[in-house]
Design a binder for this molecule. Structure first.
Ligand code: 2AM
Ligand code: CA
Ligand code: CA
Ligand code: CA
Length: 270
């Protein structure tokens, strides 16, 4: 049994405090006010309420830390301190369609002595299943008190791969189609469940053998990337580099699956 740090206790408490409201809104989704941030880019009152609840709780616990929020944007804090990167509801489209596949994602980004900022702690909490995926740098990835490990499959023909499909006005559909055309005939199956955070949590837990998607925002992937790496996996951008957040591209999996997916993706890029 492992006990996580005080910081994760703070994060999990915030997520568990925000979750009942999210569950209640999910049960009355037909009454929720929904607006559009762009074509097919929906946001509901539930996203905002959840984000507000998380911010209030986390601000209380760490008053001088800043935030990067999907809905609220940037809230500046003490630049020498860590900041929170939060997606209050990853999988809004599922949520609005009554599909119970969505999560809260909270990551901590810390300033390092070399001037860079790195993700050091992550939590992905799935309110409907009450599953809490968490990772701390060098301390592994966990589902509650169970240590997570990426899958051991090495032959693509045995692999279940997750992806995200570009949607109206977002992402490069032609590029995605070329990659899909090359991946699909080589693997056992492809899934698109609509929550990048949970996709990465499921790569970390070995349910999926691999994942690729582009056009993702920092709050979609910050916690999930740490989970995959701490579970012994690889998570890079499409060129195999260590900038999946900056380049908004993710390929993830164990070493073998990652390298095979990377080869296919590289061949499909123009
Ligand atoms: P969101 O639910 O927080 O907006 C997966 O492709 C990612 O894209 C999800 O993590 C999702 O995050 C985001 N996304 C935004 N709008 C979407 C849409 N219309 N369809 C699918 N994903 C969407
Ligand atoms: Ca959104
Ligand atoms: Ca998201
Ligand atoms: Ca969201």
């Amino acid at each position: 049994m492992v006990s996580h740090s005080g910081l994760l206790t703070v994060m999990e408490r915030a997520a568990r405090k925000a979750a009942p409201r999210l569950r209640r809104d999910f049960g009355e989704v037909e009454h929720l006010q929904v607006s559009r941030k762009g074509p097919a880019d929906f946001v509901s009152l539930a996203d905002k309420r959840c984000e507000d609840a998380l911010v209030a709780e986390l601000k209380n616990a760490r008053p001088d830390w800043g935030f990067l929020l999907e809905e609220g944007g940037e809230i500046k804090g003490d630049p020498t301190k860590p900041r929170w990167i939060i997606d209050p509801l990853d999988g809004t489209t599922n949520f609005l369609h009554g599909i119970p596949h969505f999560a809260i994602s909270i990551a901590v980004e810390e300033p390092m002595p070399n001037g860079k900022r790195e993700i050091t702690t992550g939590l992905i909490y799935q309110p409907i299943t009450d599953e809490s995926y968490w990772a701390e740098r060098s301390r592994g990835a966990w589902l509650h008190d169970r240590r997570l490990r990426v899958s051991a499959r090495r032959d693509l023909a045995d692999c279940l791969i997750a992806t995200g499909i570009p949607f109206l006005g977002h992402g490069d559909m032609a590029e995605w189609s070329r990659i899909f055309g090359a991946v699909a005939p080589s693997v056992a199956g492809i899934r698109r469940f609509g929550s990048a955070a949970l996709d990465l949590a499921h790569v970390a837990s070995g349910r999926y053998d691999g994942f690729w998607e582009s056009g993702l925002q920092p709050w979609d992937v910050a916690a999930g990337l740490l989970l995959v790496r701490e579970a012994g996996g690889f998570a890079t951008d499409f060129r195999g580099g260590d900038q999946p957040i900056e380049r908004r591209q993710v390929i993830a999996g164990n070493d073998a699956v990652h390298s095979k997916l990377h080869k296919i993706v590289a061949g499909a890029l123009r």
